[in-house]
Design a protein around this ligand. Structure first.
Ligand code: UDB
Ligand code: ZN
Length: 188
């Protein structure tokens, strides 16, 4: 089971490396580890399990964050109905060898800024990212897929894709005017 002690923190050199492509078929070990990454996210969003193991509620986890220099990440983005009850997740999957095929010019940023499971401090500032992306990736069986994402789902996937390239969210923050949005950037 993956817990916080498996997650490496900023300053660890792996977080600044470019991850290697994954070969198919997956080794049984890598398949198991990938599934554990998604299970970590699901567990971390379960209040009881999260409290028991001291997990931060995560929506995405990239392989380099568990010191595995490979091109894969897991996402588990919850959805809620009008009464605030949790319904089917918006997106819950593991993506292998993901690539952005195209992206919008229009940008979006979370109005509160971003955080990271590998960063134990608040880094204030907007992180502008393309509002829409078209992603190509392989699933756990090596089958190719395309995903069109926008808004929050696009933000999460781009945050995780950045980890595969050694990029941290704060690399995108303007150090002089961290909270100033350009006119092409919408706030979410
Ligand atoms: C997160 N969690 O997982 F809308 F159930 C962040 C942390 C850093 C605060 C843990 C998060 O946004 N939680 C969340 C949001 C919801 C509903 C819910 C939980 N990440 C992932 C990460 O660090 N991956 O490498 C940071 C996010 C910042 C913007 C996108 C990903
Ligand atoms: Zn992160």
């Amino acid at each position: 089971m993956i817990t916080m002690k498996d997650i490496i923190m900023e300053g660890h050199p792996t977080l600044r490396q470019v991850a290697e492509p994954v070969d198919f078929p997956l080794s049984p070990e890598l398949k198991e580890r990938a599934q554990e990454m998604l299970t970590f996210l699901i567990n971390s969003q379960d209040d009881e399990i999260a409290e028991q193991y001291g997990l931060r509620a995560g929506v995405g986890l990239a392989a380099p964050q568990i010191n595995l220099n490979k091109q894969l990440f897991a996402v588990h983005i919850p959805d809620f109905d009008e009464d605030g009850n949790e319904i089917e997740p918006l997106l819950s999957t593991i993506l292998f060898n993901p690539k952005i095929k195209s992206h919008s010019v229009q940008k979006i940023a979370l109005k509160e800024g971003e955080g990271c499971l590998s960063v134990d401090r608040e880094v204030p500032g907007l992180v502008p990212r393309p509002k829409k992306i078209r992603l190509e990736y392989q699933d756990i069986d090596g089958q190719k897929h395309e995903l069109r994402l926008r808004d929050y789902e696009a933000i999460v996937c781009q945050h995780e894709l950045d980890h595969l390239k050694g990029i941290m969210f704060y690399d995108h923050i303007d150090p002089l005017q961290p909270w100033v949005a350009k006119e092409d950037t919408e706030l979410l």
